[in-house]
Design a protein around this ligand. Structure first.
Ligand code: HEC
Ligand code: HEC
Length: 458
């Protein structure tokens, strides 16, 4: 993992705007938000629940900020092409890549389904490859993880002309039958993956394959505006309060400094700038100032020899910053009014869901948000383990995914999209969340319905 550049003026930008919003809109609450959700600032939230819900710009941006936002939006949407090409502003795709635009995996800033109508794995499911570490834990914590020597850290399902793609993922399912305490049966399906058509010889049997689905970009700018202290306040690494739940932060190394991870399934990314750069490099093969090299390992000769873009970077600093600015200035969806919201909120507390899916936070500029996450790592047990250690996250630890907007994208849930509904997602909870899951299983049908319907309104 490479050092991350300081964010310069960009860092201060959202904060300045937020103060402006605060003075202008303090106290404005939205008619559609839950009655007890207090003063939510309309400039940061939208009541739109359509397919466009995640695409709206935050309010209050001046002309310069609006231009930057539009620039970021265009680079998020454009299809990149192979170098060399006449359109140098958007060439440099690959040589190895998964998709040619961010929107393949994040359509309308959401997350695409992980399997298509024919049941084939889509590009929105990426496969992280890692080797068991032979180096000491302290060193591993600094580099993140050890990639596969031949295939690198992520499988590329596409290649440019003359560069073979790395392979084609296949999935089949194992069916698991279970019963609620009231004897109602349910069925879960566990995905089992294999990689066919390997382009560069057999995969080292020691290499771990972890499937991670795309994450919907919900309220990313507001998450970035949480202080470290606000997140760390929920950490309880040694489970001092003895409730069986012990959230821990993940820390990512950049320029020799340990910074808090808050994005991605294992909280392995500290900022939108970093994650955008990571995506550009790993998902699209675009070199950039944070990941200045091509997406090839030293053994992939045709990849190394393929034509490169004419510029130093396929995605230069100012365009990368524009993408991060765009993602940092999108409105978050407001929850839809739900007749039994009060009871459902009490039930979520009773079932200890909100020990991890923490309801409410305040950003550094005083905006109250309800993301339903603590942004910390939790051990989710053997059943959900993906075998992938990254920075300080173990094989079975995941960041609590925020649940705001979950009702907008319920088709593929959990880190590998194995859950086809909110109900299935809850039933997969294990490890630190097993007591919470068992309490859910002990509810009668109306209690289960109450909880699920409420979450669908978030
Ligand atoms: C091939 C599919 C794919 C493409 C293309 C893609 N992403 Fe993603 N995105 C993912 C996956 C998968 C994750 C989760 C990664 C993980 O946890 O390992 C993710 C996570 C993210 C996150 C973190 C969200 C959060 O709340 O944690 C951001 C931000 C993001 N992507 C931005 C981008 C940008 C910007 C681009 C284009 C430059 C892009 N992505 C292109 C698949 C993709
Ligand atoms: C110990 C912490 C913890 C508790 C308690 C907990 N969760 Fe989770 N939850 C997580 C983590 C971590 C994941 C992600 C696991 C994965 O992807 O493998 C998750 C995933 C989910 C998802 C899927 C979200 C998505 O975007 O894919 C839903 C829905 C959910 N939890 C609801 C609940 C509900 C409802 C309860 C209470 C009955 C609950 N959780 C209790 C930590 C917790």
């Amino acid at each position: 993992m490479l050092p991350i550049r300081k964010r310069q003026w960009l860092n201060k930008m959202p904060l300045r705007f937020s103060f402006l919003f605060l003075t202008l809109f303090l106290g404005c609450s939205d008619p559609q938000s839950a009655p007890d959700s207090g003063a939510l600032h309309v400039e940061f939230f939208t009541t739109d629940r359509s397919g466009n819900a995640l695409t709206h710009p935050m309010g209050g941006m001046d002309e310069h900020a609006t231009d930057l936002w539009m620039l970021g939006k265009s680079f998020f949407h454009i299809p990149w092409v192979e170098a060399p090409s006449a359109t140098t502003a958007r060439d440099g795709l690959g040589p190895l890549f998964s998709a040619n635009t961010c929107t393949t995996c994040h359509p309308n800033n959401g997350a695409a389904a992980v399997v298509d109508e024919q049941g084939a794995v889509t590009r929105a499911l990426v496969f992280r490859l890692s080797q068991p570490s032979k180096i000491p834990d302290d060193a591993l914590r600094m580099i993140g993880f050890v990639p596969d020597l031949v295939y690198g850290g992520q499988l590329s399902v596409n290649g440019n002309a003359k560069v073979a793609s790395e392979g084609t993922p296949q999935v089949h399912y194992e069916t698991i039958e279970g019963r609620y305490d009231d004897a109602t049966p349910y069925t879960l399906s566990r995905p089992l993956y294999a990689i066919d058509a390997l382009g560069y010889g057999p995969l080292d049997p020691q290499t771990n394959i972890a499937a991670h689905r795309a994450i919907a970009l919900v309220g990313s700018g507001l998450i970035e505006q949480l202080s470290e202290a606000a997140i760390l306040a929920h950490a309880d690494a040694d489970d001092q309060d003895r409730d069986g739940i012990s959230g821990r932060p993940n820390y990512v190394w950049q320029e020799g400094v340990r910074v808090l991870g808050r994005f991605t399934w294992k909280a392995a990314s500290p900022s939108l700038l970093h994650q955008s750069a990571n995506a550009a490099h790993n998902d699209m093969g675009l070199s950039n100032p944070l990941f200045p090299f091509e997406n090839c390992t030293s053994t992939q000769i045709t990849c190394n020899e393929a034509p490169k873009g004419r510029h130093e970077f396929d995605l230069p600093q100012e365009r990368l910053e524009a993408i991060a600015f765009y993602l940092g200035h999108l409105k978050a969806p407001l929850s839809k009014a739900y007749a039994h919201a009060k009871q459902a909120r009490v039930l979520m507390d009773d079932l200890a869901c909100t020990r991890c899916h923490v309801r409410s936070f305040e950003t550094t500029s005083g905006v109250r948000i309800e993301p339903y996450s603590d942004f910390l790592l939790h051990d989710m047990g053997k059943e959900l383990s993906d075998g992938h250690r990254v920075f300080e996250a173990s094989e079975s630890e995941f960041r609590t995914p925020p649940l705001w907007g979950v009702g907008l994208h319920v088709k593929s849930l959990l880190h590998d999209g194995r859950a086809r509904s909110i109900e299935e997602a809850i039933l997969w909870h294990g490890g630190e969340a097993h007591a919470s899951r068992d309490a859910f299983k002990a509810l009668d049908a109306s209690g289960r319905r109450l909880l699920i319907e409420y979450l669908e309104h978030l």
